[in-house]
Design a protein around this ligand. Structure first.
Ligand code: ZN
Length: 114
């Protein structure tokens, strides 16, 4: 299913083709602060429609590029690589309005230990 997502002000907008059933609740030093619910998809399933004011933040190993809107401050997606080297996007499902967050199986991810 094709979903549309965005930051709050709409400067960052994207589509993502996926059937979301799970949301990753990560406890790393960043995720615990921003409160995202994440789902990883192949980069080919993701299309950036608007990226006017995209800021990028990375930390620790700098393998993940966390993108956020420099206008409204919301962080809708992250770029990275799967362990096999394929490009992935981690979607913040809280930025995809047609996903029913209550229907997701919440999977705890111990990012703090990784
Ligand atoms: Zn914004």
């Amino acid at each position: 299913m094709l979903h549309e997502g965005s930051c709050h002000c709409g400067d960052i907008a994207f589509t993502v083709e996926a059937d979301f059933t799970e949301g990753l609740d990560c406890n790393c030093s960043m995720c615990r602060r921003r409160g995202a619910l994440l789902a990883f998809v192949p980069s080919t399933a993701f299309e950036l429609k608007s990226g006017k004011h995209v800021g990028t933040y990375s930390f620790n190993t700098h393998k993940l590029q966390h993108h956020f809107c420099t206008t409204c401050g919301i962080a809708p997606f992250t770029e990275g690589q799967a362990p096999d080297g394929t490009a992935t996007r981690a979607i913040n499902l809280r930025c995809v309005p047609d996903v029913d967050l209550d229907s997701l199986k919440i999977v705890k991810w111990d990012g703090a230990s990784h």
